[in-house]
Design a binder for this molecule. Structure first.
Ligand SMILES: Nc1ncnc2c1ncn2[C@@H]1O[C@H](COP(=O)(O)OP(=O)(O)O)[C@@H](O)[C@H]1O
Ligand SMILES: [Mg+2]
Length: 435
């Protein structure tokens, strides 16, 4: 703000000289919109010929000159001028950016000049060429956009790389797990074999001994009383009645445990070796029913089964292996629905493929579980009830057929496991991606 001291010493000619050197255009009009003052930058920035300007000329004349040379765009000249005059007459402060036809950007700011009594005395306008700033800004926006695109590309490339790395890691891991599994299976196979046959022999022998003991007991009556009493005491002390009762149960439990171990070993072998079974003409819907018959006793009592089969052409397949796959999917569906629910079995054709689906409306699969479904030994089931092998083995089998297993699931709503197999098996393809 100018001080009164400055007013005392400053001459108008000083201000005019200062204005002449300013890089900002200045124009002043009086309260009747007549031009009072302009500086050099005003002429330069707005590209007005010097001869055009006269002190006291109506601002409307400048507006007309501009309208005629297209500064305000197209339209009726009189109307363009009238609109601008009407705006100027409002004597309101304003600030806007004008793009001139030659591409220059002019920042225009207008302020009201007031007389000492507060009434409007005129209007001062300031014009600044901001073309460079504007161009720079646009370049910046443009290069930011390009940078963004580049970044997105980089990000995509990075993600692809990571995905490939994960897949590589995964297959390396699978290979070593496979080797390990093969080793363990081989080592356990022999001992489990003789333990199982010895257990059968042992059971028979024990039964024979019990039979013999019973025969002795039947003849006890022939013994003198003293001997009979001694034997009776011995039997009580040894709790023979309990042993006789308990023994068959012990043998049964052992048998169940051994069967389970044997089954795990068999799974490990299927998983570890690229075992090739016998290829046969296979009707998948028959296999689905066969698996259902076997699985039935393990499914929850309240389970409802819906069959939705479309006719299928027979395919060449390792039939017995595929039945195991379907059995595994049925068991899992049964576990997923727990107390009760619906398992829907579908099969059909899809182009050059056939498919079988086992869908359940059970617990569904949590997002963090999804990537591990096919990992060997991955299970969410309590110790002793799940081995975590059946999906790993199933994937191996399906892959051996050149097919794949697709999984869709919504936690809390259920899951769909879809086995897709080529109608005519070619070489095994990459398979088993959760989708
Ligand atoms: N239909 C299904 N619904 C929900 N979860 C499932 C289903 N099928 C498989 N899963 C999940 O995948 C895991 C691995 O399955 P699997 O390989 O068959 O091993 P297991 O049944 O012995 O646990 C299961 O523990 C379970 O968490
Ligand atoms: Mg299972």
């Amino acid at each position: 703000m100018a001080t009164s001291q400055q007013f005392d010493t400053l001459a108008a000619s000083d201000l005019i000289a200062a204005a002449e050197y300013m890089p900002i255009g200045v124009s002043i009009v009086d309260e009747r919109l007549r031009v009072k003052f302009w500086n050099r930058a005003f002429l330069d920035i707005l590209d007005f010929p010097e001869a055009l300007l006269r002190v006291g000329m109506p601002l409307a004349e400048l507006f007309r000159y501009n309208a005629e040379r297209g500064e305000y765009g197209s339209g009726d000249i009189d109307e363009l001028v009238a609109a601008r005059v009407a705006l100027a007459q409002r004597f309101e402060p304003h600030h806007f950016l004008r793009k001139r036809p030659d591409g220059h950007f002019i920042d225009i700011r207008g302020e009201v000049i007031r007389k000492d009594d507060g009434t409007v005395g005129g209007f001062v306008s300031l014009y600044q060429d901001v073309t460079r700033e504007k161009t720079f800004e646009q370049e910046l926006v443009e290069s930011n956009r390009a940078l963004g695109e580049g970044n997105a590309k980089l990000q995509r490339a990075y993600e692809e790389l990571r995905e490939t790395e994960l897949q590589l890691l995964q297959s390396a891991k699978m290979a070593s797990v496979g080797q390990l599994a093969a080793g363990i299976a081989h080592e356990i196979n022999n001992p489990i074999g003789f333990v199982m046959s010895n257990q059968s022999a042992l059971k028979r022998n024990a039964e024979t001994l019990v039979e013999l003991a019973d025969a002795y007991s039947a003849r006890e009556a022939a013994l003198p009383a003293v001997e009979r009493e001694a034997l009776a005491r011995l039997k009580r002390e040894m709790d023979i009645d309990f042993i006789k009762e308990d023994m068959p149960q012990l043998f049964d439990e052992m048998r169940t445990g051994l069967d389970r171990v044997k089954q795990i070993v068999a799974s490990l072998q299927t998983f570890a070796e690229d075992r090739s079974g016998t290829w046969e003409d296979t009707d998948l819907s028959c296999e689905l029913d066969r698996a259902l018959a076997v699985a039935q006793h393990r499914l929850p009592a309240g389970a409802q089964i819906v069959r939705d089969y479309a006719p299928l052409p027979p395919i060449r397949a390792m039939r017995a292996d595929l039945t195991q796959v379907l059995l595994a999917l049925l068991h899992n569906a049964g576990d997923a629905i727990g107390g009760g629910g619906t398992i829907t079995l579908r099969c059909g054709e899809d182009g050059d493929k056939v498919f079988v689906e086992v869908a359940d409306n059970g617990c569904g699969i949590a997002e963090q579980v999804m990537p591990h479904l096919f990992d060997p030994f991955f299970t969410t089931k309590p110790v002793g009830s799940g081995t975590g092998l059946s999906l790993a083995v199933s994937q191996r089998v399906v892959r051996n057929h050149g097919g794949r297993i697709l999984v869709r699931s919504e936690p809390g709503k259920g899951s769909v496991f879809r086995v897709e197999l080529p109608k005519s098996p070619s070489s095994p393809a990459h398979a088993g991606t959760p989708a």
